[in-house]
Design a binder for this molecule. Sequence first.
Ligand SMILES: CC(C)(COP(=O)(O)OP(=O)(O)OC[C@H]1O[C@@H](n2cnc3c(N)ncnc32)[C@H](O)[C@@H]1OP(=O)(O)O)[C@@H](O)C(=O)NCCC(=O)NCCS
Length: 182
Amino acid sequence: MTMVSLCPIRPGEVAAVRRLVQLYIYDLGGAYWDVEPNGSFAPAAWHRRFWTGRGRHLFVIRVRGRLAGFALVREGAHFAGGATREISEFFVLRKYRRRGVGTRAAVALFRRFPGRWELAELSWNIAAQQFWRRVLSRVAVDGFTERRRRHGDLLMVVQHFDTRLPGGRARLAACVVGRRSA
Ligand SMILES: CC(C)(COP(=O)(O)OP(=O)(O)OC[C@H]1O[C@@H](n2cnc3c(N)ncnc32)[C@H](O)[C@@H]1OP(=O)(O)O)[C@@H](O)C(=O)NCCC(=O)NCCS
């Protein structure tokens, strides 16, 4: 049995996560988006938004202590705004995929922040859509809605749902969120 953890990022992890972010963007859109002239993916403004701004919560996912991905939560979702949170970015390294790591990390996030949520996947990212629908079947209290929405020149698949159990209390997440079979 192996430990999966999801912990708030520590200062010493920033450089490593910056590198993972490059793999993430390439994975998400490398077949569609050009690389920047300096060889990195996504313009500087995108990276500024990722690393700065209020209402952000950045987490590092580890499997057996090794870096396995990251998750970025933002208060004030892009489409719903206000009191709705979004998971803006979410990444599991290929080595650890299809082993329940993403599901454990996502469930831990929803437990940590019970309430109203929004998710948005790029229209071409069918794997992520299947992944999130599967997670939502576990965590959405009253089902979820799904619509296609434009975001600039991108078409997104957008879900809205609630994770607050009526009368339920927030379960403050410890870093270790579960174990998976090795
Ligand atoms: C999407 C992602 C986070 C899934 O992480 P993961 O750790 O592999 O997910 P899990 O193992 O918990 O998958 C749970 C279920 O989701 C679905 N799923 C996950 N990846 C899938 C894929 N590539 N194709 C189809 N269904 C998939 C399956 O139903 C899976 O259950 P199963 O393996 O028993 O069939 C990961 O593939 C990833 O980081 N992708 C690149 C970045 C990305 O797209 N992020 C999401 C942005 S919205």
